[in-house]
Unconditional design. Structure first.
Length: 188
């Protein structure tokens, strides 16, 4: 058992007969009354996000999590297929366990989080950013680089993102895989 003072982003806890991952947290100490911790928790089994407030000092059950590095191979009717980089074992994972699966690219290394005691897959964590090639975009016009206007573009995984007007088809860009936002153009 741990207390709320140990809550941090990414921590996995057991709460309401389910395993949750802390997405956001805020320690609040009002001028009047007791302190508390306001959290946003994401269920690792259903994917639902809920807001919960813990009183300061409350006991929480931390789930021991083991990270294993896997490489994304391909997608088929059974789900997304990954290979363990050490043992070369392959696992197929349902799409509901993967956030932003449209940004998975063949050959990408991801962390698969396992429940240490039950040896079951909890979730997948992709790299925070990755480079993609723009496969379709309206052509840019010279002089469009001064504004913050954005246009839709399709990347090589098939996902659609918003990019600045100066990005053209064939350019390579870095994308934040958690939010799906454009970060920068990458010179190849």
């Amino acid at each position: 058992m741990a207390s709320t003072s140990e809550i941090k982003n990414g921590l996995c806890i057991e709460f309401s007969h389910d395993v949750f991952k802390v997405v956001e947290f805020l320690h609040v100490k009002p001028g009047k009354g007791n302190a508390f911790v306001r959290t946003k928790l994401k269920s690792l089994t259903t994917g639902k996000v809920l807001d919960n407030t813990f009183p300061s000092g409350a006991r929480i059950d931390i789930v021991r999590v083991e990270r294993r590095v896997f490489q994304y191979l391909y997608q088929d009717e059974s789900g997304f297929n990954f290979m363990n980089n050490e043992t070369f074992d392959q696992v197929s994972i349902d799409a509901k366990l993967i956030d932003n699966s449209e940004f998975l690219k063949e050959g990408m290394n991801v962390d698969i989080l396992y429940h240490s005691e039950k040896d079951t897959i909890l979730t997948i964590e992709m790299p925070s950013s990755w480079t993609y090639e723009i496969t379709y975009s309206e052509p840019g016009v010279k002089g469009d680089t001064a504004t913050n206007a954005m246009k839709p573009a399709t990347i090589d995984t098939g996902a659609e993102i918003k990019v600045p007007l100066f990005i053209n088809q064939g350019d390579t860009v870095r994308v934040d895989t958690t939010t799906g936002t454009y970060m920068e153009r990458v010179k190849v």
